[in-house]
Design a protein around this ligand. Structure first.
Ligand SMILES: *Cc1c(COP(=O)(O)O)cnc(C)c1O
Length: 376
């Protein structure tokens, strides 16, 4: 009998989303601004612990505005973690700047502080100062922020924190999304909470967030007619979507607990298999475990590869996915400079994201681990 499809990470509504959406309809605030947007921004900022937040149409839009506001333009360099989703890097190219990719370190899989310093040292010796460093917390795991931020400070380059996957995670007791000069969140459909599509830019700098709101609504100068002194964007979040977000924020901590329970289950059921390793959570770090990921070393696993496991799961209607393909390996970024070794490349070769939805049932999870166990 065919079994139900198990998704990698699907939306999981809490129950109050429709109440906020209904309010938007009842009051005719079906627009890219309104009470849900204002409230969602306040609730987000207070959850993450930043002074200000701007709700936007996507995480990509938030990254783009961050670069615009840092004055990134043609000829500039922006350093970016290579091991990530393309959305971290694409906005660098929107601005006509050059992305420079940095390898990961093997513990958290995030930007390697040593490779970052090598790059910054080299550019500084050439009297070039990159305009920004973009670091990511992949799959919810905090990067080695103490070291990364120290390097950024030493070379006086602003840090843009791509926390798109990391809402609900924390580092040394402080929520991720509060560590960048500007920080980015995403509420896409597969993220830990969703607005069906949306994002946010967070900062303690009120001027930056006000500027982001201004640019995101077509950069209208204060005048009764339409007057523009800047190039604007249509990047605001709709009041309807913000209503979904308000309902989702109410259950965020529950979603983190559910995803962490998935991870614990996988470590218990799969940890003994030869050649399997997990993404480590160093002391002081707390991951939302957005996705539970494994790596498989075929030499130790008796020839079992991550691709064999993925295809076996697919045969059983279970979606899993290789880890991100590093940006410096992507055809579109072939010519971009790269600093580091083969950490990200090896993670891509060996790594697999397992189904991680907060709505997985016990039955789903045992189906998944039984199939994986049987491939070894
Ligand atoms: C999802 C994601 C983004 C982009 O967010 P969207 O809301 O989909 O535009 C950026 N960076 C990372 C690491 C992501 O996972």
């Amino acid at each position: 009998m065919p079994q139900d499809k198990i998704w990698l990470s699907s939306p999981h509504l809490g129950g109050h989303e429709l109440k906020y959406v209904q309010e938007a309809f009842d009051t005719n605030w079906v627009a890219p601004l309104g009470p849900n947007v204002n409230a969602f921004e306040g609730e987000l900022a207070s959850y993450v612990g930043t002074a200000h937040a701007a709700a936007l149409s996507s995480g990509t839009a938030a990254l783009h505005l961050a670069l615009v506001m840092l004055g990134v333009g043609p000829g500039d360099l922006v350093l970016c973690q290579s091991f990530t989703f393309a959305a971290s890097a694409n906005p660098i190219v929107y601005q006509g700047a050059t992305p420079v990719f940095i390898d990961s370190e093997p513990t958290t899989w995030n930007i390697c502080p040593e490779a970052l310093e090598t790059a910054l040292k080299k550019y500084s010796a050439q009297a070039q100062r990159p305009k920004a460093v973009i670091g990511v917390h992949l799959y919810g795991m905090p990067a080695r922020l103490d070291e990364v931020l120290a390097v950024c400070e030493k070379y006086e380059v602003p840090f843009i924190e791509d926390a798109a996957e990391a809402l609900g995670s924390s580092y040394r007791g402080r929520k991720l999304g509060s560590f960048g000069t500007m920080s980015v969140l995403s509420f896409n459909g597969n993220k830990i909470i969703t607005t069906s599509g949306g994002g946010a830019l967070l900062s303690n700098d009120k001027a930056l967030i006000n500027q982001a709101r201004f640019l995101a609504t077509q950069a209208r100068d204060p005048a009764p007619h339409y007057q523009h002194s800047h190039i604007g964007y249509n990047y605001r979040l709709s009041n309807v979507c913000a209503g979904i977000g308000r309902g989702q924020l109410e259950v965020l901590d529950e979603r983190v607990a559910q995803r962490r329970a998935n991870y614990t289950y996988y470590t218990q059921e799969l940890g003994h298999l030869p050649g399997i390793a997990f993404q480590q959570e160093p002391e002081g770090s707390y991951s939302n475990r957005w996705l539970s990921c494994i790596t498989i070393d075929p030499a130790e696993a008796g020839g079992t590869t991550r691709e064999r496991v993925r295809l076996r799961l697919e045969e059983e209607s279970i979606e899993s996915r290789p880890l991100w393909k590093p940006m410096h390996m992507q055809p579109i970024f072939r010519d971009a400079p790269y600093f580091g070794g083969r950490v990200a490349e090896e993670l891509f070769e060996r790594g697999l994201c397992l189904p991680s939805g907060s709505n997985l049932t016990d039955h789903d999870r045992s189906r998944i681990v039984e199939i994986i166990q049987s491939t070894f």
